[in-house]
Design a protein around this ligand. Structure first.
Ligand code: NAD
Ligand code: UD1
Length: 336
């Protein structure tokens, strides 16, 4: 299939291009580069041995998107485009709602006008809020999101469910990502956050490379085995491969389907620090800081549905995640 990746120059998108290429698909990327750089696509080109067709445009620009769909015959869309910094979304709710919601609305409208009704949406474990069930299955009720970013994911899920109900010609997969970390084994592409990282692994790698003095561990008084927050970290290449499997579901005309993409294992912040130190034989200085507002104690999934229905499961463990995250950071100390 010919797949359009919106936001395809970003962290997860760039890794997904590699997996799609491996599976024999062709891709087109549209990105406005608000949180990425074209260098990631040049690196992907090195990995896959061919250029990646790229349109620099904002997905909210209906004219540009119409033009893109006129030029390329698109069979399915994976919608990575969106702003994702939780703290920033609290400070700039209007910008987050406007960008994330409108980009999706414009895209869906252009798609139906071009009779392309195959769609994969990057959702998040954040839609479960403080989860009612651990490990989290897809049946777990959605919870209260504490920030506008999470609310855009939850609301767009509802929009997509309504759309598919109204027009069953749509095949739509909602992928609820847990915590993607790591990088492609080549060390050419990886996570490259702007400014001070919000997420744990890039903070660890930037500390290890000397760009940050120490990691702050946000709270050690949670109801978890060591008191620090527990999450389901998943290697970004495994996550990327989940999209290949989701496309197969779309080819089987799945209607509306929802999958958790995680490993099913929960690791605490200190588990990750220790695993990183062990995998890479170095020290990560850290100190305990107050809890981060909006954080929950524990979040990990039951990935059985994705295995049963998509034949997908994570191959890589925490050691590979730590090794590959460091490999990218050490080869690219200042990012791209
Ligand atoms: P990313 O910021 O690296 O990639 C998103 C890309 O979208 C960026 O390249 C950005 O430039 C682009 N973009 C944003 N708004 C756009 C617009 N209006 N038009 C065109 N391009 C636009 O983020 P990522 O980590 O690769 O995440 C991809 C998707 O997965 C996002 O929707 C994110 O919310 C979701 N997600 C990510 C995580 C995670 O931990 N990384 C977890 C759950 C869900
Ligand atoms: C966060 C977002 C979530 C989003 C995801 C991916 C919140 C509340 N949730 O998930 O909506 O989908 O990122 O972008 O922000 N930690 C530290 N020190 C740090 C950074 C993190 O101790 O410097 C801890 C956190 O408290 C948490 C764990 O590490 O226990 C993981 O944090 P993070 O990587 O930010 O992911 P989430 O909070 O799970």
């Amino acid at each position: 299939m010919n797949i359009l990746l919106t936001g395809g120059a970003g962290y997860i998108g760039s890794h997904t291009i590699v997996e799609l290429d491996k599976a024999g698909h062709s891709v087109v990327v549209v990105d406005n580069l608000v949180n990425s750089s074209e260098e990631s696509l040049r690196r992907v080109a090195k990995i896959i041995g061919k250029d990646v067709p790229f349109v620099k445009a904002d997905v909210r620009d209906a004219a540009a998107m119409n033009e893109l769909f006129d030029e390329y015959k698109i069979d399915a869309v994976i919608n990575f485009a969106g702003l994702k910094a939780v703290g920033e979304s609290v400070a700039k709710p209007l910008e987050y709602y406007e960008n994330n919601m409108n980009a999706c609305f414009v895209l869906l409208d252009v798609m139906r006008k071009h009779n392309c009704k195959n769609f994969i949406f990057s959702s998040s474990a954040t839609v479960y809020g403080d989860p009612a069930i651990i490990p989290i299955t897809e049946e777990c009720p959605k919870g209260q999101c504490t920030n506008p970013y999470g609310k855009t994911k939850s609301m767009l899920e509802e929009v997509l469910m309504d759309l598919q109900k109204a027009d069953p010609e749509w095949d739509i997969v909602l992928l609820r990502y847990f915590n993607p970390i790591g990088a492609h084994q080549s060390g050419l592409i990886g996570e490259n956050p702007n400014g001070i990282p919000n997420n744990l692994m890039p903070y660890i790698t930037q500390t290890a490379v000397g760009r940050r003095a120490e990691l702050g561990v946000f709270g050690n008084d949670y109801d978890t085995p060591d008191g620090t927050g527990v999450r389901d970290y998943i290697h970004v290449c495994d996550l990327a491969n989940g999209h290949v499997c989701a496309l197969q579901a779309i080819e089987r005309k799945c209607g509306l389907a929802i999958y958790n993409l995680g490993t099913g294992h929960g690791y605490s912040v200190l588990d990750v620090v220790k695993a990183f130190e062990k995998a890479n034989n170095l020290k990560v200085p850290y100190s305990i800081k107050p809890r981060r507002p909006g954080d929950i104690a524990t979040c990990y999934c039951n990935p059985a549905k994705a295995k049963a229905e998509l034949g997908w499961e994570a191959k890589y463990g925490i050691e590979e995640m730590c090794r590959d995250a460091w490999n990218f950071q050490k080869n690219n100390p200042e990012g791209y």
